[in-house]
Write a protein that binds this ligand. Structure first.
Ligand code: SAM
Length: 246
């Protein structure tokens, strides 16, 4: 099993999650609402799997829509422990598993798979797609988000900053310098990507590998982080709505 980098950083990441959820202007709120809108009506009675669930807030949220069960899996035992402590519904369960293999999840035992802002943390996205296709009932949904690969492409706070600033220090434009360079990267600085890094893939790699893993694409949603300015013009988040081929 790969080394769970989020395990040692669990207190840091949980504090980050709590700040994002407490901030009414956080871009996480419109993203979470999109999960509600796209999935909510289809969830009653369903067996849901949250891949790379972290401390479990998406899994907890989806319970409001009446699923039969919601299982969250993550590679980091320390995050699974927090998720279990925070579980507030008997239909919720959490356990350590690798989303690249899903060894603890039987074939065709999941009606809906979700994942929030985690695909760029998974070393082998193809393995995740294949494992997810295996555990999903044919014809069922897989809704997952990630930092938008076209705009949140590898950058480094000092060597290759993400934003081009105007004379007043306001963000003028995104600088995309290494979009084609796939693989692990680290942004420098003290944020999540500075501390924990990420794995970059181009949009075509991502979509073509999803299709090759026996999924079709129902929709592709780009979300913006701010109501005005640069971040209202350039999407930071990509949400893919896929279906396991029948
Ligand atoms: C940015 S966090 C997102 C967590 C959660 N979905 C959220 O929105 O807060 C990325 C998560 O991916 C998990 N992760 C990375 N590789 C994984 C793998 N191969 N299998 C399961 N989880 C993995 C990390 O442990 C971490 O919890």
């Amino acid at each position: 099993m790969p080394r769970p980098v989020y395990n040692d950083a669990a207190p840091f990441y949980v504090a980050f999650v709590d700040r994002m959820l407490a901030d009414p202007d956080s871009f996480w709120h419109p993203l979470l609402q999109r999960y509600d809108e796209l999935l909510g009506p289809d969830l009653p009675g369903q067996r849901v799997l949250d891949l790379a669930c972290g401390e479990g807030h998406l899994a907890r949220r989806l319970c409001a829509f009446g699923p039969g069960s919601v299982l969250g899996i993550d590679l980091a035992p320390a995050l699974i422990q927090v998720a279990a402590e925070r579980a507030d519904d008997p239909r919720l369960s959490f356990r350590v598993d690798d989303a690249q293999t899903l060894a603890t999840v039987p074939d065709a035992s999941v009606d809906v798979a979700v994942s929030k802002l985690a695909l760029m943390d998974v070393a082998d996205h193809r393995a995740l797609f294949q494992a997810t296709a295996r555990v999903l009932v044919p014809g069922s949904r897989f809704l997952f988000s990630l930092l938008h690969p076209c705009f949140e492409a590898p950058f480094h706070e000092e060597r290759a900053p993400r934003f081009l600033l105007d004379e007043a220090g306001e963000r003028l434009a995104y600088r995309i310098q290494t979009y084609a360079q796939e693989g692990p990267w680290q942004s420098g600085g003290s944020g999540v990507r500075g501390r924990l890094g990420a794995h970059h893939r181009t949009l075509s790699t991502l979509v073509n590998d999803l299709l090759a893993a026996d999924f079709t694409l129902r929709g592709l949603h780009e979300l913006f982080s701010a109501p005005s300015g640069l971040l209202a013009q350039v999407p930071q988040t990509l949400l893919l709505d896929a279906e396991r081929r029948p």
